[in-house]
Design a protein. Structure first.
Length: 432
C-alpha cells in the first residue's frame, strides 16, 4: 500500500496549516487505498483525533515514510535518498535564502515537488492558498488603517477592526467589516481622510478576495485615471484595480504597451506607478514580481512624496511580500502578532508598529496561516487529486519515464538529487 505522510509545521507558532484536511484524508484512504501517516503536532488547526477518526495513523516521526507533504520549508531531518517532499519551496526564483536548502536536498538525493508549479497548460496555478492571503491581508490592512489614523488623532469607523488572528474565523471577521460599513453609512468618514481610496496592484486570486471585503463597505469602483479628480464629498470607499498597462510603459516612447512582451521582456519597461501614489490611502500589493521587473514603489518615490508633503498614503498591505521587491523598502517580514512596521521615507528607517512618519507596512509572509482551518480546507480540495499519483509513482525510473500527470510532473524541481530539465537554470543560483 502506498504511504504518504503529513508533517508537523514548525516555522513558528502561527503556522498551523496542513496540506490535507481530515475529510480529504478519509477520501484518499477509502477511495484510493492510501496509508496516511500524520506527524503529531500540538498546534495544527486540525486535532490528531480528527485524522485518527478519518483513518490515518498518528505518528511521533515520519521516518520511513517515502512521500512527505508539508506547507512551508521542510527541514533536513526529513531528507533521505529517494524521499519525495512536496511543499512550497520558494526556490524557483533562485531565492538566495532557499539555495542552501535546495543544495542539501540534492546532496541527499531527494525528489522535490513544488506546489507553486502545479500548473495547467496555460501556466495557471492549480494549487494555492491565495484566496485566504487576500482575506487576511485585507482584514489586517483595515486594522492597520484604524491604528494609523488613531495615531494621528483621527477617529474612524476602522477603529473597531481587529487583526485577523483575533477573530474566530473568517465569518466573524466579515461581520466586523459589515459593521464598519454600517458605521460609515450612519456616521460618515472623517473629512481628513476623504476621499478614501484603496488601490489594488494586481487582479488575480489574492486581489479578488481582498476586493470582496471592500465590497462589504459602502464603495464605488473607479478606474485608475479617475483618482486624480475625486472630490471626496461622498462617504464611500473608492476601490481601484491597477493592471499592468496602468503601471508600466515601454522605455521607447514610440512603442505601445503589449502584455505578452512585458512578461517576456520586462527590462524594456519602466514603472509609472508613482503618478497614483499621492491619491491612495491604502495600497494592496497583490502582484507577482521577479527581479527583472520594475519596482512600483521605491525609496526614492516615497522620499519625494514626503518632501512634497504628500502624506495621504497610510497603509501598504504587501500581500505578495517579496523582500525588496515591487515595494522596495519592504526589507523584512513580520508575524501575525505584530503584522506591521512603519517606514519613514525621510530617514529610510523602520520601526515596529504604526506610529511615526510614513505608511504602516503589512509584511506577514504567511498570511493564510491567520485563517488556518479554512485555508487548509480549500488548499486540500485543490491538491487532493494529485496525491494518489504522487504517492503511487515509481521514483526509481529515469525522469522521462516518470508516470505523473503532466500538471504534476512539471512541478518536479529535483529528481533523484538532480535538477530536472525545466529547472536547470537554478544551477546559476546554486553556484552563486
Amino acid at each position: 500500500m502506498a504511504v504518504i505522510g503529513i508533517r508537523k509545521e514548525d516555522k513558528n507558532r502561527w503556522e498551523r496549516r496542513a496540506p490535507l484536511s481530515p475529510e480529504d484524508v478519509r477520501e484518499l484512504i477509502e477511495e484510493h487505498s492510501l496509508d496516511v501517516w500524520v506527524e503529531r503536532s500540538e498546534i495544527r488547526a486540525f486535532k490528531g483525533e480528527e485524522y485518527r477518526e478519518a483513518g490515518a495513523e498518528i505518528k511521533d516521526s515520519l521516518d520511513g515514510c517515502p512521500v512527505v507533504l508539508g506547507v512551508k520549508k521542510i527541514p533536513e531531518g526529513y531528507y533521505g535518498e529517494g524521499k519525495t517532499l512536496a511543499f512550497f519551496s520558494h526556490t524557483i526564483k533562485g531565492q538566495e535564502e532557499s539555495m542552501p536548502m535546495l543544495k542539501k536536498m540534492m546532496d541527499y538525493g531527494c525528489n522535490l515537488i513544488d506546489y507553486e508549479k502545479i500548473e495547467d497548460e496555460n501556466g495557471e496555478r492549480l494549487v494555492f492558498f491565495g484566496h485566504h492571503a487576500g482575506y487576511a491581508g485585507m482584514i489586517d490592512s483595515f486594522w492597520a488603517l484604524g491604528k494609523k489614523l488613531g495615531s494621528e488623532g483621527i477617529s474612524s469607523p476602522f477603529d473597531r477592526m481587529k487583526k485577523m488572528v483575533d477573530y474566530h474565523g473568517l465569518d466573524e471577521a466579515k461581520e466586523a467589516v459589515k459593521e464598519t460599513g454600517r458605521e460609515i453609512k450612519e456616521d460618515g468618514l472623517p473629512e481628513e481622510i476623504k476621499p478614501l481610496v484603496i488601490g489594488f496592484a494586481g487582479y488575480g486570486h489574492v486581489s479578488q478576495t481582498a476586493q470582496e471585503l471592500v465590497e462589504l463597505l459602502p464603495h464605488r469602483e473607479i478606474e485608475p485615471a479617475e483618482i486624480v479628480d475625486l472630490s471626496g464629498d461622498e462617504d464611500l470607499v473608492y476601490n481601484v484595480v491597477f493592471r499592468e498597462e496602468d503601471m508600466v510603459r515601454p522605455n521607447d516612447p514610440t512603442e505601445d504597451f503589449e502584455l505578452q512582451d512585458y512578461y517576456e521582456n520586462p527590462i524594456r519597461y519602466h514603472s509609472i506607478f508613482s503618478r497614483y501614489l499621492p491619491n491612495l490611502t491604502v495600497l494592496m500589493n497583490c502582484i507577482y514580481w521577479d527581479k527583472e521587473y520594475p519596482r512600483f514603489v521605491t525609496r526614492e518615490i516615497m522620499r519625494q512624496l514626503y518632501q512634497n508633503d504628500e502624506k495621504k498614503l497610510k497603509v501598504i498591505g504587501d500581500i505578495s511580500c517579496d523582500m525588496e521587491g515591487s515595494i522596495e523598502f519592504n526589507t523584512h517580514s513580520t508575524d501575525p502578532a505584530h503584522p506591521v512596521y512603519t517606514y519613514d521615507p525621510s530617514e529610510e528607517e523602520t520601526q515596529r508598529g504604526w506610529e511615526g512618519e510614513g505608511p504602516a507596512v503589512l509584511a506577514v509572509d504567511n498570511l493564510p496561516a491567520e485563517i488556518p482551518r479554512e485555508s487548509s480546507k480549500e488548499f486540500s480540495k485543490l491538491v487532493k487529486d494529485f496525491i494518489p499519483p504522487m504517492a503511487k509513482a515509481d521514483y526509481d525510473v529515469p525522469f522521462e519515464e516518470l508516470d505523473l500527470p503532466p500538471e504534476l510532473k512539471k512541478a518536479v524541481v529535483v529528481y533523484q538529487g538532480q535538477l530536472t530539465p525545466d529547472y536547470k537554470y537554478l544551477n546559476e543560483f546554486l553556484e552563486g
